[in-house]
Write a protein that binds this ligand. Structure first.
Ligand code: SF4
Length: 344
């Protein structure tokens, strides 16, 4: 089967062309057609500054298929846009664009489904269908034709379980000959694939890391996140500390508050202890989110008052914690829900 030409980093593309006896500068011409903001083409024929014979060679060797927006939903409350994206094998995935003062931030998926089994997540309910290829992740960004200033890999899938494709995605989207999105504007979110956290710090130095923590009490975390049975909190916290030491990028810890489960005094005390034990001297903050109420679980959101008390306790103990605004509430709540209801 032909490889999609958008799967290759600039360096890989250059090597392919040199091996085929072509001039080095062809790589930047082709790379621009594939990745430059707003000017992507979806057919080799449209590469008008490339000779016909090279276009034919490329056509024979590679595919250039894009992904397609199946459906767009726009929030009437806050202009959040959600997309159902159709991949070439007819699988459907979701992406979201949120508007902030600093620009448009996009949340993309990295796998079709997910096998991590986090209890509160709709994306995992049908398991993992397959990894997404690099060109499909890029397609999520390119397809809406909106100038994106920030990308979070926080949609369906565990990015660090699709490691090589995610690394190529980061290299390509960051390349100044293409989309040229700064590494500081890219965040990878993980449920805690410990060995790949440190690898990521080395392979994509400069990007941000978000850890889905959700409980600082080992036994509780195990109840809602399968990964906690594989890697202890200690291993996980040591890995993110290492990430900070290598990259010097501020860490983010994601904490979904579930009413009566992880929102009490013992929980916030455990969270303080955990942070002070492992992250002393690191820059980090805690992102508090009310859990998404999905039909597959009985989890409920805590009250505003509980959430504010939780935040204040952290702040009063010298830990920066913020409450994340919920965006796009009128266009089907959490990640994975839209897709599940569409394909049902
Ligand atoms: S929260 Fe992320 S890692 Fe966990 S099941 Fe959902 S998509 Fe997978």
């Amino acid at each position: 089967m032909k490889q999609n030409i958008r799967n290759y980093t600039y360096e890989q593309l250059e090597n392919i062309l040199i091996d085929a006896g072509e001039k080095k500068f062809r790589a930047s011409q082709i790379f621009e057609w594939l990745h430059k903001r707003g000017s992507y083409i979806n057919s080799f024929e449209d590469m008008t500054n490339i000779s016909l014979s090279l276009r034919e060679k490329l056509e024979n060797e590679f595919s250039i298929d894009a992904v397609y927006i199946e459906k767009e939903y726009i929030s009437k409350i806050d202009d959040t846009k959600k997309y159902l994206i159709r991949l070439n094998d007819n699988n459907i995935i979701e992406s979201v664009i949120m508007e902030y003062k600093f620009g448009s931030s996009m949340c993309i998926s990295t796998q079709v489904g997910c096998n991590m089994g986090c209890e509160f997540c709709a994306s995992t309910k049908n398991g993992l269908i397959r990894n997404m290829e690099t060109y499909e992740m890029l397609g999520e960004v390119y397809a809406p034709k909106i100038n994106i200033s920030n990308i979070v890999l926080m949609g369906s899938g565990e990015p660090l379980n699709n490691y090589d494709n995610v690394i190529n995605f980061i290299k390509i989207i960051n390349d100044d000959k293409g989309y040229n999105l700064g590494k500081r504007s890219i965040t990878v979110s993980t449920c805690g694939i410990v060995p790949n956290i440190v690898r990521l710090a080395q392979d994509a130095k400069g990007i941000n890391l978000a850890l889905s923590l959700h409980s600082a009490i080992e036994e509780k975390r195990k109840k809602i996140m399968k990964i906690a049975s594989k890697y202890t909190l200690e291993d996980t916290m040591r890995a993110i500390r290492e990430f900070f030491i290598i990259t010097k990028r501020r860490l983010s810890l994601e904490y979904s508050l579930i009413k009566g489960f992880n929102d009490g005094l013992e929980d916030v005390k455990a969270l303080c202890n955990l942070c002070k034990t492992y992250l002393d001297g690191c820059e980090y903050y805690i992102n508090l989110i009310k859990v998404n109420e999905i039909s597959e679980t009985n989890f409920k959101k805590p009250s505003d008052d509980t959430v504010m008390k939780f935040r204040d306790y952290l702040n009063n103990n010298g830990i920066v914690a913020t409450i994340r605004r919920t965006l796009g509430e009128d266009i089907s709540g959490s990640c994975g829900q839209l897709r599940n209801s569409y394909i049902a």
